[in-house]
Design a protein around this ligand. Structure first.
Ligand SMILES: Nc1nc2c(ncn2[C@@H]2O[C@@H]3COP(=O)(O)O[C@H]4[C@@H](O)[C@H](n5cnc6c(=O)[nH]c(N)nc65)O[C@@H]4COP(=O)(O)O[C@H]3[C@H]2O)c(=O)[nH]1
Length: 717
């Protein structure tokens, strides 16, 4: 058994190094009331030095120990200070280590300068020491050796490295690393800072209950361990919660209990578990942000950004393999009608259903993306089956009956397809051509699949050129009006005039509205054209009145785009004000289909026009399926029977029946009625018999220029 320290260890040399090292006397020998002697003080000093945990020693110029305290003696595996006195570091340590100590101490002795706070790894065992060496001098100040003191700073060092490790992980989280490599890094870092640790990260997938091992240290205890091994052994494994930002828990950091784990280490591990929690939160946030950046929030389908990226890949692969890719624009027919009549929520639901049906049918390796509204873009890889039958199946899937907002619906869609590489080599070219093909599908009455044809591009190019010409025509005021009289068959009087626009083209001569109104509608140019027509028509009507001719109503056609234009009422009011025409002489003609697109909105606009004093007629009546109840709500003054019903009278019994019905309907609703397109006496006779006395048509006059119309009006025939 070891003896008590004070008894067995000889104290250090006093500052006067010339005095021999002698054994101190026991403190019990000191009488209580007198000044302690030098020897007594020396004893106390030795006792103190032997009780501190730091290592303290003194060496002579040759590096031989003159003194060593208890801590250093024990650390070197010796029992008493005498065992150490006279030894050098070469006797105690491997020569390389001894040499490095000797070098530092030599420097201190030679320079006479202390060397303070040097941090060194322990020579024996693990850990760190902080060394300080000062020169040992005799009374004359001559250096005769070195005094050293060192302190164990392993705990501080470890604290520092743990903090550094945590900071490193936090930095990685802040940089936004991917989760799996991050968790592997955590495991590696734990092994590095806590050698021999057995730890594992157990996580649950979003929405799941079960935990799985996401990462583990490579130590024997953690490798190939199952979650059950850990969770069923609470005595062996300590589980630290990996919390989520919303107060939930992503999982646990499980650490095998070990006697060598100090409390500070668990504090560190708790910090690591928190850091993992933050990393997972960030990972999900980043995943969600990335998802939203590349997907459509409503349907979850890839958006245009992702489509562009994925399509580029598909095209590159097809190019390498000399293969084909079909790019398809798909538009749900009449989607706006569903949206307007059943509401936006139903519209959204419908888009989700369509997206789901396409996704189910399109198959893996192919792509469907929603690019806005009811427009989808599909990209199909080449297979043994042709593209068109595959698209036909998607069309059939979309056409499966469905119930929405309590209504049974059956959808149709229009598709336009362009193929890599025949119809374009880049995504941009393919998009443009597929879009063009889809427009053709729509023009062809919807519900069809159109494959791009270079003639379409030529057509589109011509359209573009024509739009440019139209734009210039507006600037140069190339539009003129022709007028067609409307007659009362009973009195033979002219009761009205319809203004019909013509384009006085510089090289082509008079161009009829059927050739440019649809394009003007599509391009929006109808708005300035319509404004010009209104101004000219009101101006001409006023001029006739000023010429003293009997005043008649002037009918002006208004297209859908023009009618929906927010400034429409203002334009009408301005045309009236500019010309000085009284509003009661202006009749706006709108088509039935225009009114049926948005009944409520149309009624409001019609009331506003009525408030100006302008009257309203429905053009092409009988073609737009308006019900009696809807018709009653429109503030109208006249119905114009469409000329398609008149054309086959008296040969077509159905048309005759419809015409009679429209005349009766007008009578019930107390509206005036006029038939247009009357070309023959037989038609006029039938209409007269049916009770429609107002007619317009070639029978009496074709549309004619203003001067001619003036003559006709003057003659009254
Ligand atoms: N077969 C036949 N046709 C007859 C007869 N009587 C008149 N028509 C033609 O029928 C069209 C009547 O005009 P609409 O139904 O309003 O149909 C008009 C109207 O929808 C539109 N339109 C004409 N002018 C304008 C305008 O200033 N603005 C707008 N938005 N559309 C206009 O263009 C359409 C065609 O105008 P137009 O070519 O002038 O054709 C005119 C006229 O020339 C007949 O007895 N037999």
């Amino acid at each position: 058994m070891r003896k008590a320290v004070g008894e067995q260890i000889v104290g250090p040399a006093p500052i006067d190094a010339d005095e021999p090292i002698s054994r101190p006397r026991s403190t019990e020998e000191i009488p209580p009331s007198r000044e302690p002697s030098l020897a007594e003080r020396y004893d106390w000093l030795v006792a103190m030095i032997n009780h501190v945990p730091d290592y303290i020693y003194a060496k002579d110029l040759e590096g031989r120990f003159l003194f060593a305290n208890r801590a250093i003696v024990l650390n070197n595996g010796l029992e008493r200070v005498e065992d150490m006195v006279g030894l050098t570091d070469y006797d105690l340590h491997p020569s390389a280590a001894a040499e490095s100590i000797a070098a530092v101490e030599r420097h201190v002795m030679e320079s006479g300068e202390p060397d303070l706070g040097l941090e060194e790894r322990r020579l024996r065992g693990n850990g760190w020491l902080m060394m300080s060496r000062v020169p040992l001098r005799d009374k004359a100040g001559k250096v005769i050796g070195v005094v050293g003191a060192s302190r164990d700073i392993s705990a501080r060092k470890r604290g520092e490295s743990l903090m550094k490790a945590q900071a490193q992980l936090l930095k990685a989280v802040a940089k936004g690393v991917r989760l799996d490599p991050f968790l592997r890094d955590v495991a590696e870092l734990l092994e590095e800072v806590i050698p021999g640790i057995a730890a594992a990260v157990l996580l649950r997938d979003e929405g799941a209950e079960e935990l799985h091992i996401a990462a583990a240290c490579r130590s024997a205890a953690a490798v190939s361990i199952s979650p059950a091994d850990i969770l069923d052994n609470p005595a062996s494994w300590r589980c630290l919660a990996i919390s989520s930002g919303d107060g939930g828990q992503h999982g646990v950091l499980a650490v095998q209990e070990s006697s060598s784990h100090e409390a500070s280490m668990f504090e560190f591990l708790t910090g690591i578990a928190q850091t993992i929690g933050i990393a997972i939160d960030r990972h999900y946030d980043a995943e969600r942000i990335t998802f939203l950046a590349e997907h459509d929030a409503l349907t979850g389908l890839p958006n245009r950004t992702l489509l562009d990226r994925m399509l580029d890949d598909m095209l590159r692969r097809a190019d390498e393999a000399s293969g084909e890719v079909a790019v398809v624009f798909l538009d749900v027919d009449n989607f706006k009608l569903v949206n307007d009549s059943l509401g936006h929520a139903a519209g959204d639901e419908l888009l989700k259903i369509v997206a789901h049906r396409i996704s189910e049918e399109i198959g893996r390796d192919n792509l469907v993306s929603r690019i806005g509204g009811d427009e989808f873009i599909l990209a199909l890889q080449q297979t043994e089956e042709d593209f068109v039958p595959r698209l036909a199946r998607i069309r059939e899937a979309i056409a499966r009956p469905l119930t929405l907002a309590g209504m049974n619906l059956q959808l149709t869609c229009s598709m336009g397809m362009a193929c890599f590489a025949a119809h374009g080599k880049t995504a941009t070219e393919l998009f443009a051509n597929a879009d063009m093909a889809m427009y053709r599908a729509k023009e062809n009455g919807r519900n069809s699949i159109q494959v791009f044809d270079p003639a379409m591009a030529e057509n589109a190019r011509q359209k573009l050129g024509r739009s440019e010409e139209l734009r210039r025509a507006i600037e140069r005021d190339e539009f003129v009006l022709h007028f067609q009289p409307q007659k009362d068959m009973t009195s033979g009087e002219i009761i009205g005039v319809e203004a019909l626009v013509r384009w006085n083209h510089p090289t082509e001569g008079l161009v009829f509205p059927g050739e440019f109104i649809p394009l003007a509608e599509e391009s929006g140019l109808i708005v300035p054209i319509g404004e010009a027509v209104l101004r000219k028509a009101c101006g001409q009507a006023k001029k006739w009145q000023e010429l003293g001719l009997p005043p008649v109503k002037i009918g002006v056609n208004m297209s859908a785009r023009q009618f929906q234009e927010p400034g429409m009422i203002r334009h009408v009011a301005a045309a009236l004000a500019e010309s000085g025409l009284e509003p009661r002489w202006l009749e706006i003609e709108v088509t039935e289909s225009l009114l049926m697109r948005d009944v409520q909105g149309a009624i409001m606009k019609m009331h506003e026009l009525n408030a100006l004093g302008v009257s309203l007629a429905i053009d092409d009546f009988g073609t737009g399926y308006s019900s009696l109840s809807t018709l009653k709500r429109f503030p109208l003054s006249r119905l114009k029977i469409d000329r398609s019903f008149i054309a086959d009278i008296p040969d077509d019994a159905d048309d005759m029946a419809i015409t009679s019905a429209i005349v009766s309907l007008a009578r019930i609703l107390a509206l005036d009625v006029i038939a247009e397109g009357v070309e023959t006496e037989a038609q006029a006779h039938f209409l007269s018999e049916a009770g429609c006395h107002a007619i317009q048509g070639y029978l009496f006059s074709r549309p004619i220029p203003a001067e001619e119309m003036t003559r006709v009006m003057r003659e009254g025939t």
